[in-house]
Design a protein. Structure first.
Length: 278
């Protein structure tokens, strides 16, 4: 048996329609660019309309050689009504189909244990866990519909719909910083993804999580400024993550090569979670 490893082969995603939440900045921007540069149409959504608009414009230019493009669809993803509006808008534009959903939008809140506010849990768990479920649930019919087009002669789906959750190694290890709601939300997200995988696999949709370590982003800026040398020094790979690392993992999970991966939590951290104390 031979495999076509080219851009349209085993690892190809060209022509797929993708939604990346929080896709205008940081890790989401890295992931969005990876899809656009490989020929996808990427919808970028967050409550920061200016960031979405700017990213969509810049990424569409970068995607021209491959035929990729980006579209700005701002929404406040902490709101269930906004999630419903976003899902309806994509369904209308794409005739009820979506190939890939990347749940990347998130929030963090750090404070000492004794003064950690109750409001932190409401904000962080709502966006990082509850609304991830809400949006995934609302978009599942679109992911199912796209997957039905890939059935082989035996009726098996070869190109399932993909849900990729951006988790964190802080949902696996115990962080030393006072980010109690964040670590709880990511641990919940990881397990929710596994639960979803069992439900959605028979429906032609996979659910996987990337447990990300440190990447350059606004959320990580203060931590990297204060502890950057220690973080790099304690990583077995001797560095933090790059845009290629984030995009590459998502491209793998979204391609034919990753079609049989379901319910996985992939540690995208260079081994940091195995040794780091920071």
């Amino acid at each position: 048996m031979s495999f076509n490893l080219g851009v349209d082969g085993l690892f190809g995603v060209k022509g797929k329609v993708v939604l990346v939440t929080g896709g205008g900045k940081g890790l989401g921007r890295m992931i969005s660019e990876g899809f656009v540069r490989n020929g996808c149409k990427v919808y970028i959504s967050s409550r920061d309309a200016a960031a979405c608009d700017a990213a969509a414009k810049e990424l569409t230019i970068s995607g021209k050689p491959s035929g990729g493009s980006a579209v700005s669809l701002p929404a406040d993803l902490s709101s269930y009504e906004e999630c419903k509006r976003l899902a309806a808008e994509i369904s209308s534009r794409e005739k009820g189909k979506l190939n890939i959903l990347v749940n990347n939008s998130g929030a963090n809140w750090g404070a000492p244990y004794d003064s950690y506010p109750d409001a932190a849990f409401s904000k962080v768990l709502t966006l990082n866990t509850q609304r991830v479920f809400s949006l995934s649930q609302l978009l599942t019919p679109l992911l199912e519909k796209a997957a039905q087009e890939s059935k082989d002669s035996n009726g098996n789906i070869t190109d399932p719909g993909r849900i990729i959750h951006i988790g964190s190694i802080d949902g696996i290890r115990v962080p030393t910083l006072g980010t109690y709601a964040y670590s709880a939300s990511k641990a919940a997200l990881h397990h929710m993804s596994r639960h979803m995988a069992v439900e959605l696999g028979p429906r032609g949709v996979t659910s996987n999580t990337l447990a990300c370590g440190p990447f350059p982003s606004k959320m990580m800026a203060a931590t990297l400024k204060n502890f950057g040398e220690q973080i790099v020094g304690s990583n077995p790979m001797g560095r933090i993550g790059t845009p290629e690392d984030a995009a590459g993992a998502c491209l793998f999970l979204s391609s034919r090569a990753g079609a049989f991966v379901n319910g996985a939590t992939l540690r995208l951290d260079g081994g940091t979670s195995l040794v780091s104390k920071i």
